[in-house]
Design a protein. Structure first.
Length: 280
């Protein structure tokens, strides 16, 4: 039996889907209430964030799949503590906005590392003592310099996907290392029948621009090499053709207007050389 509460949830999601062309599945696990409130305030002008029970979200998306084709593809991406985010922003801009609004936080025992956790080499505020052994027990090479404990080299202490234990979490906090990211974790975005996973939207803009520029350079060089007459290559092709024609004319001794002075100069040099050889 469908309760009034379920009907109300479906109606709310339906209204939002009609107003906003893009809907994203967000994982809010490990996001403290204070940070969630701050992010709501920061994103209020561009997005609508709808929290609720995962079961009701699944029901709503399933029931709306005929009205909004393919929206039920979001169901597998309702992970952790899910929420649905509605917006008119481009998916790539949305991902960038959410990433920009993330902040760092200390690691806690039991959390799963979202990326490799590396303790960087350098000085610490610790005085020599048992802490050197504590660091060594988790794979951090330490020594003493100028009366203080130093970390000799970058040390990988937790691999991506591993659970952080209490000992490592405590050491990271004492070292001032905040490896965790606090924010809205974008699982996937639905737009016009297509699903874009978060990792697909994680584009390095500078790398993308560099590749476009490199591709344009390669295309231009190829066009010049095969003498393809384009607006961008015509001037260079004419200059190249002129240089090659002039070189051929000089080599063959063709009396063309563009090479006569150089042919005369060449003949003069040849005559002077011959005159010296003959002793005339």
């Amino acid at each position: 039996m469908v309760t009034e509460a379920k009907k109300q949830v479906v109606q709310e999601y339906s209204a939002l889907l009609e107003e906003y062309p893009i809907v994203a599945s967000i994982n809010m696990a490990n996001l403290p209430a204070k940070q969630l409130q701050n992010m709501r305030e920061q994103l209020r002008s561009t997005v609508v964030l709808k929290c609720g029970k995962k079961r009701l979200m699944k029901i709503a998306l399933e029931q709306l799949k005929d009205k909004v084709k393919g929206v039920d593809q979001l169901i597998p991406y309702l992970k952790g503590i899910p929420a649905l985010l509605f917006t008119k922003e481009n998916p790539f801009i949305l991902y960038k906005t959410l990433e920009k609004n993330k902040s760092t936080a200390p690691a806690k025992a039991g959390q799963v590392a979202s990326k490799d956790i590396i303790v960087p080499a350098g000085p610490t505020g610790f005085s020599p003592g048992p802490v050197i052994g504590e660091l060594g027990s988790v794979g951090i090479k330490a020594g003493i310099d100028a009366g203080k404990v130093i970390i000799k080299e970058d040390s990988l202490v937790v691999k991506e996907g591993e659970v952080i234990n209490g000992k490592i979490a405590a050491l990271l906090t004492r070292l001032g290392v905040e490896p965790m990211e606090v924010g809205l974790d974008l699982a996937a975005v639905f737009e016009e029948g297509s699903i874009f996973e978060g990792k697909v939207l994680a584009i390095d803009e500078q790398e993308y621009i560099d590749k476009i520029m490199q591709g344009a350079s390669w295309a231009f060089n190829l066009a010049v090499e095969i003498a393809l007459p384009l607006d961008e290559t015509k001037e260079l092709l004419i200059q190249k053709a002129f240089r090659e024609a002039k070189s051929l004319a000089l080599e063959a001794g063709v009396l063309a207007d563009g090479v006569v002075p150089e042919l005369v100069a060449k003949a003069e040099r040849t005559a002077q050389g011959l005159k010296q050889d003959l002793g005339v």
